[in-house]
Design a protein around this ligand. Structure first.
Ligand code: FES
Ligand SMILES: [Fe+2]
Length: 267
């Protein structure tokens, strides 16, 4: 039962073009907070997590080591809801209840109720407005991620042809260099071509973790960082250097013919 001692501040509602399954996945996905929601969160440290949800120490902006708070998110699939509670730190005792109503296979209504202890008078309105604005921004960011992931899963379910192409001409080196970094398709998959130490290298733009848009990731020193959860991959080998047991799909090699034609070839 909802804790009646904690006053209700207000509600945020939104119909999302997303399946219930993607929303559950997103709710318990603690890792995306400081990456996808970098506008709000600066750091997270997992305390515990599982299919039930997670407990974590989080920091917002501006980052201050001593200003962490502990949150817990508990997912109850039977009741189609998840409750986020602040257990320690600023806002301790706050509870955010999210109920999800599946309106169609890919349409879900979320109703988010905010409860905070010790807030009275005009402060109730101020805090309610803050939460509503925050949730609007968080869902804007989440919808982008969940929609892209659904589209990638659809592509996999549709079984798009891949691996049949063994060679593809990309263009002349001189004009290609001017367009780098460049995204291209090869064998039904997307790759990004970059120049590393004077050599052209291609890597898969589908993140090996949860299929994030690696083509949009920051590249530094031959390493690309995924914008969704921050996993980092060695562009040349495809290896995940963040310690996760995943690696990028094999990429074609980039060859330059004697007449300066750039060609992608299966390795
Ligand atoms: S999808 Fe999670 S790190 Fe890329
Ligand atoms: Fe999110």
């Amino acid at each position: 039962m909802m804790n009646a001692r904690v006053p209700h501040l207000g509600t945020y509602r939104r119909e999302l073009p997303i399946s219930l399954e993607r929303l559950y996945e997103n709710a318990i996905d603690w890792e995306h907070l400081p990456y996808l929601h970098r506008s709000t969160f600066s750091r997270i440290e997992r305390i515990d997590s599982g299919d039930w949800g997670f407990r974590a120490r989080v920091w917002t902006h501006p980052y201050e080591e001593g200003r962490a708070f502990v949150i817990e998110l508990k997912l109850d699939r039977d009741c189609r809801r998840w409750i986020t509670s602040t257990l320690e730190g600023s806002g301790s005792g706050t509870e955010i209840w999210t109920h999800a109503f599946s309106l169609a296979e890919r349409t879900t209504l979320v109703v988010v109720d905010f409860f905070a202890p010790g807030v009275r008078g005009p402060a109730v309105i101020r805090l309610r407005d803050r939460y509503q604005k925050l949730y609007a921004r968080l869902y804007d960011e989440d919808v982008t991620m969940m929609s892209l992931r659904e589209a990638e899963l659809d592509r996999i379910r549709a079984g798009k042809p891949s691996g049949k192409v063994t060679r593809e001409v990309i263009g002349k080196l001189a004009e290609l260099r001017a367009r780098l970094p460049l995204e291209t398709e090869f064998g039904g998959m997307r790759f990004k071509i970059v120049e590393l130490d004077g050599k052209l290298v291609a890597f898969s733009t589908r993140c090996a973790h949860l299929m994030g848009p690696l083509g949009e990731g920051r590249i530094e020193g031959g390493v690309v960082e995924c914008p969704w959860h921050g996993y980092r991959f060695d562009i040349r080998s495809g290896e995940c250097i963040s310690g996760a047991a995943c690696r990028l799909a094999p990429a074609p090699t980039v060859k330059i013919d004697s007449d300066g034609t750039v060609v992608l070839k299966t390795t």
